[in-house]
Design a protein around this ligand. Structure first.
Ligand code: HEC
Ligand code: HEC
Length: 208
């Protein structure tokens, strides 16, 4: 690399650091710690190399190159079945903190840089189509079981924070949706990317 080019890259890096919101700064996950967490949190019970009948999809299916928000969507989908399986076995829903989620993501080869840019209009449509407003409110419109999205900031900070929120939310929601008769929605493709982009944007525009 020429010195000029090297300097340009350093400058570019500095510019990216300067413009990125400080909240995005997240300690990078650690693969070895992530592997240990995968065992501790019971994931390895159901996701084994090569897979096993009666359990979850094979480890190779869960651990593959993917976006960070894409993984959040897959984690969302998996709640009802895992909820039922854990109950059968008399196990509690494992709580996962943000630092642990960062490590898990590194181990599962989820990289937020692989997520595409969000389509915000699609995100708005999804908020309604996925039934979030049956329990939640956006600018006062919607249900009253869950939070008002525009006043919430915690999980919007980064894909890791969002995946953590989703993980800890999904068991609570699985219970509520059964009681309320709300169909538990599934996410495919870029849907979680678009929904996250829209929610994050609406909180920043109108933090009330
Ligand atoms: C009690 C068994 C069980 C445990 C424990 C478990 N899972 Fe799963 N997992 C499943 C099942 C079953 C599915 C398939 C669910 C479906 O497709 O509806 C699944 C699916 C998934 C998927 C999505 C795969 C896909 O097809 O998109 C991911 C990612 C995943 N699990 C990650 C995890 C992680 C991370 C943990 C630990 C924190 C974990 N799982 C713990 C049973 C389990
Ligand atoms: C069946 C009801 C129900 C539906 C549908 C629902 N949620 Fe929730 N949600 C809840 C409940 C209950 C809470 C917990 C509120 C609390 O912590 O007191 C919650 C909390 C949350 C939180 C805050 C979590 C935290 O860290 O405290 C977020 C973010 C969220 N939901 C997002 C969503 C999204 C996105 C959708 C749609 C894809 C959705 N919810 C659909 C019931 C629901």
């Amino acid at each position: 690399m020429t010195p000029m080019r090297a300097r340009a890259m350093v400058l570019l890096g500095a510019a990216l650091l300067a413009t990125g919101p400080p909240a995005e700064a997240q300690a990078p996950g650690d693969v070895a710690r992530g592997r240990a967490i995968f065992e501790q949190k019971q994931c390895a019970r159901c996701h084994q190399p090569g897979g096993q009948a009666g359990l979850g999809p094979a480890l190779e299916e869960v651990r593959r190159p993917q976006g960070g928000l894409e993984l959040a969507g897959r984690i969302w989908n998996h709640a009802p079945v895992m909820f039922a399986l854990l109950r059968q076995q008399g196990l509690d829903w494992p709580q996962i903190g943000a630092a642990e989620m960062a490590d898990l993501m590194a181990y599962l080869r989820a990289d937020p840089a692989r997520d595409p840019a969000p389509d915000l209009q699609q995100g708005q449509v999804l908020l309604i189509r996925k039934g979030c407003l049956k329990c939640h409110r956006l600018r006062g419109e919607g249900g009253s079981v869950g939070i008002e999205f525009t006043r919430y900031h915690g999980g919007y900070q980064s894909p890791v924070a969002w995946a953590t929120t989703i993980w800890n939310h999904s068991s609570r929601m699985a219970g509520h949706s059964a009681r309320m008769g709300v169909l538990y929605p599934r996410f495919t493709g870029d849907e979680m990317v678009n929904l996250f982009g829209f929610l994050k944007g609406s909180a920043e525009v109108s933090p009330r």
